[in-house]
Design a protein around this ligand. Structure first.
Ligand code: GTP
Ligand code: MG
Length: 214
C-alpha cells in the first residue's frame, strides 16, 4: 500500500479524517470503498458457505457470494488538502462487537441503504444517532435507478430533517465522491464533529471550499 502523504503539494498540511462506511448486510459497503480508494483497498471478504445458512439473510441479494468479516479500508485524497480514510464495517449482527473500535475518532459516517432491504440499515442509523456522530444516508441504486425517492426513505427511516439523504451508485467513483462531500458539508453544518477542535474544523472548511469552489 502506498504510504500516506502528510502534506499537500503546496506544503499545506493535509486535513486527515476517518470516515465510517456502514449499512446493512450486502448494502454495497465493500463496493463503495473499492470504487473510490486510490490505493488497493484492504478487504476482508470470505466466501459465504452453507455454514451461514440460517444466520445470513440473503433475501434480495441471492447472488451474493462473499461477505466482509472484519473491515474494509481505503483512502481518498480530495484536491490537495483533504485526505479521508474510509473504514467499512462488517454488515452482519454477529460482528457488532467491532463497531466501537472501528468508529473511534471518526469524523462522520455514511449509512448505505438498500431500498430492497431498508430495515437492515436501522441499526446503523440508531448507532450513529445515539453517539451523536454526524452521518448521511446514501441510497444505493442497485439497478441503476432509484426504487424510491429520497423523501420516502427519509420518512421510512424517521430521519431528523437535517440529516442528508442522497441517491448514489456505490460502483461509481464520481457518485461516491458526491456522497463524501455531502457528509463533509453536513459535518461542518451540524457542529457535531467529534474530535475536531477549531483548528481542524477550519482546515476542513478550507479543504471543502477548495474542492467545491465555494
Ligand atoms: N447493481 C449494483 N450492484 C451493486 C451495487 N453496489 C453493490 N453491488 C453488488 O451487490 C453485492 C453486495 O455488495 P457488497 O459491496 O459486497 O456489499 P457489503 O455491504 O460490503 O456486504 P457485507 O460486507 O456482506 O455486508 C455485490 O455483488 C456488488 O457487486 C450497485 O450500486 N449496483
Ligand atoms: Mg462488505
Amino acid at each position: 500500500m502506498a504510504s500516506a502523504p502528510s502534506e499537500s503539494t503546496t506544503g499545506v498540511p493535509l486535513a486527515i479524517f476517518k470516515i465510517i462506511i456502514a449499512g446493512g448486510f450486502g448494502a454495497g459497503k465493500t463496493t463503495l470503498v473499492g470504487a473510490i480508494s486510490e490505493v488497493r483497498p484492504l478487504c476482508t471478504e470470505e466466501v459465504l458457505t452453507t455454514a451461514s445458512t440460517g444466520f445470513d439473510d440473503l433475501a434480495g441479494v441471492e447472488d451474493k457470494r462473499a461477505t466482509t468479516v472484519a473491515m474494509d479500508f481505503g483512502r481518498i485524497t480530495f484536491g490537495s488538502h483533504l485526505l479521508l480514510y474510509l473504514f467499512g464495517t462488517p454488515g452482519q449482527d454477529r460482528f457488532w462487537f467491532m463497531w466501537d473500535e472501528l468508529s473511534y475518532g471518526a469524523l462522520g459516517a455514511v449509512v448505505l441503504a438498500d431500498t430492497r432491504r431498508l430495515a437492515d440499515c436501522f441499526p446503523s442509523v440508531d448507532y450513529f444517532e445515539k453517539r451523536r456522530v454526524p452521518f448521511v444516508v446514501a441510497i444505493n441504486c442497485f439497478d441503476g435507478a432509484a426504487a424510491h425517492n429520497t423523501e420516502d426513505v427519509r420518512i421510512a427511516l424517521d430521519l431528523d430533517p437535517q440529516v442528508p439523504a442522497v441517491l448514489c451508485d456505490a460502483r461509481r467513483p464520481e457518485s461516491v465522491k458526491r456522497v463524501l462531500i455531502s457528509l463533509v458539508e453536513h459535518v461542518l453544518a451540524s457542529g457535531l464533529a467529534s474530535g475536531t477542535g477549531p483548528g481542524r474544523r477550519i482546515r476542513l472548511a478550507r479543504s471543502l471550499a477548495s474542492i467545491t469552489g465555494g
